[in-house]
Write a protein that binds this ligand. Structure first.
Ligand SMILES: Cc1cc2nc3c(=O)[nH]c(=O)nc-3n(C[C@H](O)[C@H](O)[C@H](O)COP(=O)(O)O)c2cc1C
Ligand SMILES: [Fe+2]
Ligand SMILES: [Fe+2]
Length: 396
């Protein structure tokens, strides 16, 4: 049974939908637990507002949920915090059934609403940073939070009840729980989501966190996953993540066709284990890249191992290296290890791909065929050199 209306504060209820079967987002991100598209109704004494809508295909369910607690034809404002289709694509459907509702959004949001959804100019109301909208006894305040993760993004704040509608920010792809205290493994999903969606925009995320630092917040109502009745639970995490605070932790990522690169990775994990260094290790042929994104959020070092194929880094490893680059993690150090048959080339390719990250490449090892005892000693030395660097550093 979909949540028809769940009260999240005195004058606000959840009318969004759950999508537990969805398995992929943006053609890239695996969703092990599906997701939800949270949409909220806010009741003032005079005006009724809807905050964000839902993914294509869920329009009718949204309208059913709205009509269970209010009348869609009485809707005065539709607040669009973000123009991405998972939150905005139901706008035309709502507008077709309600001829008076106004779309309330940022300047850039207005442009996108026209281009993406053919919303006519006269039905768009542009709001500026910190502008207020009176609903009669209830006030919505708009807080510009650009590039989280599109240029038009903003937050909406229900002043009287201290509810922050943060859209994608503070989200998690989960469908099982409505509130944070009911969610199993929430920290895992929230970190995974942050790594995939928000980490590339760390400077903007930091700015947004500073902007809301003094805002009294009783509830955080994001557009995906659980609603936080305990806001510090997610705020404390984000405070660390947006400044790029890392742990003394190593992320190992590898791909191996015939076991040579894998043997080097095994030698590396042996050193890390002996030296009691926290690490996580992913085999690219059997891992979910969402987990790699999650561990990139707080790992201080990356150990990457993969062979040369057709003169370059193995294409699957190349994809992973590109992903690491585009997610812009706060990594400091790296070790690259590779095996080739004759001329190699993987190392050159890895360095080109990750150049923009300015990583301290502690060691690059390219061997031919399976590793010899001497090669494995070299891996051990590289591991010890890496550990030396990690141990000398503070958290950031
Ligand atoms: C499809 C394929 C293409 C390859 N292309 C190259 C190449 O262009 N240059 C090279 O030096 N080795 C090449 N090799 C050899 C591998 O790099 C070598 O077997 C390596 O030791 C494999 O490491 P692994 O055991 O970690 O998979 C190729 C191997 C395969 C299977
Ligand atoms: Fe989005
Ligand atoms: Fe979203």
């Amino acid at each position: 049974m979909q949540n028809k209306s769940i009260e999240i504060s005195a004058s606000c209820c959840l009318v969004g939908v759950k999508d537990p079967k969805r398995r992929l987002f943006d053609g890239l991100i695996a969703l092990p637990e599906g997701t939800s598209y949270n949409s909220y109704l806010v009741f003032g004494n005079k005006k009724l507002a809807l905050i964000d809508t839902v993914n294509p295909g869920f329009e009718k369910k949204l309208v059913r949920n709205i009509n269970a607690v209010a009348k869609l034809k009485n809707l005065d404002y539709l607040i669009m915090n973000h123009a991405e289709p998972d939150h905005a694509s139901a706008i035309p459907y709502i507008f077709l059934q309600n001829g008076k509702v106004k779309l309330v959004t940022s300047l850039m949001g207005g442009e996108m609403a026209k281009r993406f959804y053919n919303i006519p100019q006269e039905r768009i109301m542009i709001v500026k940073d910190q502008e207020r909208l009176d609903l009669g006894g209830k006030t919505l305040r708009f807080i510009e939070a650009p590039m989280l993760h599109w240029p038009e993004t903003m937050f909406t704040y229900l002043e009287e009840e201290k509810v922050l509608f943060s859209c994608d920010f503070f989200g998690a792809h989960m469908s099982s729980a409505v509130f944070d205290n009911e969610a199993f493994n929430l920290e895992y999903h929230a970190q995974r989501y942050y790594g995939e969606i928000m980490m590339p925009f760390r400077p903007m995320a930091k700015r947004a966190m500073e902007k809301i630092a003094d805002l009294p917040i009783a509830v955080i109502a994001p557009s995906h996953g659980p609603i936080y009745k305990d806001p510090p639970r997610i705020l404390e995490q984000y405070k660390k993540w947006v400044v790029g605070e890392t742990k003394k932790k190593v992320l190992l990522v590898y791909l191996s066709m015939w076991g040579s690169s894998k043997k080097m990775i095994e030698a590396m994990t042996k050193v890390l284990t002996e030296q009691k260094i926290e690490f996580v290790c992913y085999d690219l042929t059997a891992s979910d890249i969402g987990d790699i994104a999650k561990d990139l959020v707080d790992a201080r070092a990356l150990v990457f191992a993969a062979p040369t194929v057709l003169g370059e880094l193995h294409p699957v490893a190349s994809f992973a290296a590109n992903l690491v680059k585009t997610l812009k993690p706060p990594l400091k150090h790296a070790v690259f290890m590779s095996s080739c048959g004759w001329a190699g080339g993987a190392g050159k390719n890895f360095k080109e791909i990750t150049a923009a990250l300015s990583l301290d490449l502690v060691k690059e090892l390219e061997i031919k065929g399976p590793p010899t005892a001497e090669d494995l000693e070299a891996v051990k030395s590289a591991g010890l050199a890496l550990i030396g660097k990690l141990s000398a550093e503070s958290e950031i």
